[in-house]
Design a protein around this ligand. Structure first.
Ligand SMILES: [Mn+2]
Length: 382
């Protein structure tokens, strides 16, 4: 299947009798499909087109799905697409993604023309999800020394990698010139680099690893490498995860949890002052994402976390719901059941994570689930 080829899809609509939500399955049961990472841009501004990953031929590649025509255009081809980290540009004119942990590639949405924006230097491996600033002129990224790198295709390796203390560097890349600037480098596993929206001087990153072993997960640093600061001082038994910036840049939100309870807290810090707030007590959601101004949050109910060292202490019953948390009136309600298995598939630890987020009009949520046998992408109305 060559670039620009259109695949016809037949959306399947059902109504959740308990909640009234209309659930639309966008991708077919026979394919392996997933949405991108929850804070990366996937919808065009008008909400009509959606970036997805699908193996409509043999490889898992990017496609641009047309929600009105129920079709998808093939944007990339061949092996090695990082199918979680890719994003649409702010200008809606291109997909930007990493190929083979090596090249940062721009794909023109109109003609699928590819251009290499940046090439990882010899001796390093491009790792994880790379995130643009609001103007989409730069990305922040993590690179890992190649001799320290290993493929993280199981949760056992995820834990092992933490103890290995790989040499990591937090970098920013100028998308016009391809110039790399190292912001911070250390023998600690680093992850989740983020530009604060509308403030290029504030960059966030995390200390990655089993959540109950990492002492302080979330950090911020100025773009020039100065002023590294803890985002939040965790208490001894507290685990924090899945931090993201509210899209208007006002706050960083994250999930906080402790052993021997299925209760979770949705917490935030003011992105400027780091003033801490518990926004809501909530069911056991793994990932959260907010709407533009942080008044609405969607979360995916989950079971015992896999990314902790103490699975027994953190053992909880599975919660299959997607939740809508309204912070304006402090209400929480189920949207529908995602019923995903959370299983690792062919070495992919993330593919069966729901990773929910809002459509641009806040009227639906997008998520992934393998409830019908294979990973697929869904929209559920609110
Ligand atoms: Mn995940």
């Amino acid at each position: 299947m060559s670039l620009g080829t259109t695949t016809s899809l037949a959306f399947k609509r059902t109504t959740d009798e308990k909640t009234g939500s209309i659930v639309t399955q966008l991708t077919p049961d026979s394919s392996v499909c997933n949405r991108n990472y929850f804070y990366q841009k996937c919808f065009t501004e008008d909400g009509n087109k959606l970036l997805i990953s699908a193996n409509f031929d043999t490889e898992r590649n990017y496609h641009l799905l047309d929600l009105h025509n129920e079709t998808a255009i093939h944007l990339t081809e061949g092996k090695g697409d990082n199918v979680f980290g890719g994003f649409l540009t702010t200008q809606d004119d291109a997909l930007i993604f990493v190929k083979n942990n090596k090249q940062l590639i721009r794909v023109d949405l109109k003609n699928q023309e590819h251009s290499v924006l940046y090439e990882v230097a010899k001796g390093w491996v491009g790792y994880g999800t790379w995130v643009p600033n609001s103007a989409c002129t730069k990305v922040v990224a993590i690179e890992i020394k190649d001799t320290d790198y290993m493929e993280l295709n199981s949760w056992q390796k995820f834990a092992q990698f933490y103890h290995q203390k790989p040499l990591c560097r937090l970098i920013s890349i100028d998308l016009k010139t391809g110039q790399r600037t190292t912001i911070f480098e250390e023998n600690i596993w680093l992850g989740h680099p983020l530009y604060r929206p509308n403030d290029d001087n504030t960059i966030a990153f995390c200390h990655e690893g089993p959540h109950d072993l990492v002492e302080t997960r979330m950090w911020m640093i100025d773009e020039n490498g100065d002023n590294m600061r803890k985002v939040y001082e965790q208490s001894e038994e507290e685990s924090c995860t899945h931090e993201f910036f509210v899209p208007d840049g006002s706050k960083m939100m994250f999930v906080s949890y402790r052993p021997n309870t299925n209760k979770r807290q949705l917490c935030s810090v003011d992105a400027q002052t780091l003033a801490f707030k518990v926004e809501a007590e909530m069911p056991a959601c793994s990932h959260l994402m907010s709407n533009y101004d942080g008044t609405l949050v969607v979360g995916d109910g989950s079971g015992t976390p896999v990314d902790v060292a103490d699975n027994t202490g953190h053992g909880i019953e599975n919660d299959p719901n997607l939740y809508l948390i309204n912070l304006s009136d402090a209400s929480i309600r189920p949207i529908t059941e995602h019923n995903t298995s959370w299983k690792v598939l062919n070495g992919d630890r993330q593919i069966n994570h729901p990773h929910p987020s809002f459509t641009p009009d806040d009227k639906s949520v997008l998520y992934s689930s393998d409830v019908n046998g294979t990973p697929a992408i869904y929209l559920a109305t609110l």
